[in-house]
Design a protein around this ligand. Structure first.
Ligand code: ZN
Length: 284
């Protein structure tokens, strides 16, 4: 469920009813960790037995929309996390949660707690209240104020950026299928006069979410081809299955076209028209 990382340990502790009150999580990818953490928080709170796409439950919906009152994320306010941010958090968690089992707070960039905010925090984690769980996230646990660090359970969640399966939450098989489709699609765009996007893409990707992943992978293909041209480290595995024989000057506008496509896709647009436009632009 958590793509081979240590968050599974926390899940197991939850199953054993041995959750800690505060976790310090060190990671090399805060964005990805935040996503995975959200999933973990759904799993331990979902009143239904959580399944991959729990949609009928109010709680999972609220978490997706960042609207759950019992889940509070604190980001640095300027260069630091300020004391009043912690005071507000404490106030918010004086009452028991209504929808979820736990009140959960996430401190992003926990190394930005200064001595007064850490101090305010300390009173909170020294006498932990049942039903409150904290996650302190950081890129470097060595620079966390020791008094915080010593009161947290430390775990490390690192991601391999090259692992596309992990990045896009795909199985090896799904990734392989996507690559085959991309290869075929790019070839047809380059060599075939008429492109039937409905047949080539939309019947295979009726859901916007999956279509988005497909195009993110197309972006990866061109981006890695770009890195290769610059003699930088690139994903060799990906480019071993797809051959991009274009110059940097040809690749850059394509990266822009794909980025624009992904932006447009997030609006409620006609997908077939959008794909037709994409094909025309890629050929220019
Ligand atoms: Zn749910």
């Amino acid at each position: 469920m958590f793509a081979k990382n240590n968050l599974i340990d926390i899940y197991n502790k939850y199953r054993e009813k041995k959750l800690a009150h505060a976790y310090l999580v060190e990671t090399n990818n805060l964005t990805q960790l935040t996503e995975d953490l959200k999933l973990l928080i759904k799993v331990i709170n979902c009143p239904e037995e959580y399944h991959e796409s729990c949609q009928n439950c109010n709680l999972c919906n609220l978490i997706d929309k960042n609207n759950l009152p019992s889940l509070i994320t604190i980001n640095p306010d300027g260069a630091m996390i300020k004391k009043n941010q912690i005071e507000e958090l404490k106030k918010a968690f004086e009452t028991k949660p209504i929808y979820s089992k736990y009140n959960i707070y996430i401190i992003n960039n926990a190394e930005k707690l200064n001595s007064s905010s850490a101090n305010a925090m300390l009173k909170f984690i020294e006498e932990p209240t049942d039903g409150i769980i904290g996650f302190f996230l950081t890129n470097n646990k060595d620079i966390i104020i020791p008094t915080i660090k010593s009161r947290c359970q430390c775990i490390v969640v690192n991601y391999e950026s090259e692992d596309l399966c992990q990045k896009y939450n795909l199985t090896e098989e799904e990734l392989k299928n996507n690559i085959i489709i991309i290869n075929d699609y790019l070839n047809k765009i380059a060599n075939q006069e008429l492109i039937n996007n409905k047949e080539l893409i939309l019947t295979k990707y009726p859901e916007r979410k999956n279509l988005e992943i497909l195009f993110k992978l197309i972006f990866e293909v061109y981006y890695n081809a770009f890195l290769k041209k610059l003699n930088k480290k690139y994903n060799e595995k990906l480019l071993s299955s797809i051959n991009i024989n274009e110059s940097i000057q040809q690749i850059i506008p394509k990266l822009n076209i794909i980025t624009k496509f992904l932006q447009d896709l997030s609006y409620n647009v006609n997908m077939e028209l959008l794909l037709d436009k994409f094909v025309i632009e890629m050929r220019d």
